[in-house]
Design a protein around this ligand. Structure first.
Ligand SMILES: [Fe+2]
Ligand SMILES: [Fe+2]
Length: 145
């Protein structure tokens, strides 16, 4: 397939992995952790509004997604701790959690998503991922892809 609608999420994973790795090797700029945590929050929220909502609403896979939602909550806690405490240790801890969660998504959820959706649904899905927040929430409720 030519177009990978999940490319946006993969790109965000790469950016976040790089950012956390950088922080764990002792980044000096104090503004970086805050910006990194904000990008992580945005990524988690985007997946919950699009990818997770799709699996739960359309395919009824609540249980499978519950694990990933719990990991998102754990990542939020780890990111909060990383911000409060700062330092390399928090970044290393966050980095480990991030790596295992992203790996699960990249190895299991993303390929399953591509396998489940028709070509039209996939391009629609890609469009949703690029749509501003309110319209995405609206679209997920109304259209159920
Ligand atoms: Fe995720
Ligand atoms: Fe993700």
């Amino acid at each position: 397939m030519g177009l990978d609608p999940l490319r946006i999420l993969r790109t965000q994973h790469d950016d976040l992995r790089r950012g956390v790795l950088h922080a764990s090797t002792g980044a000096s700029d104090p503004r970086r952790p805050r910006a990194l945590a904000a990008r992580l929050q945005a990524h988690l929220a985007l997946e919950e509004r699009t990818l997770f909502a799709f699996w739960e609403g359309v395919l009824g896979q609540r249980r499978a997604i519950a694990v990933l939602r719990a990991e998102h909550q754990a990542l939020r806690v780890a990111a909060g701790r990383f911000l409060r405490e700062g330092g390399r240790l928090g970044a290393i801890r966050l980095s480990k959690q991030l790596d295992s969660h992203f790996a699960r998504e990249e190895r299991v959820l993303f390929p399953l998503t591509v396998a489940q959706l028709t070509a039209n649904q996939l391009s629609e899905f890609g469009r949703l991922l690029r749509t501003p927040r309110d319209r995405v929430a609206w679209a997920m409720r109304r259209r159920r892809l």
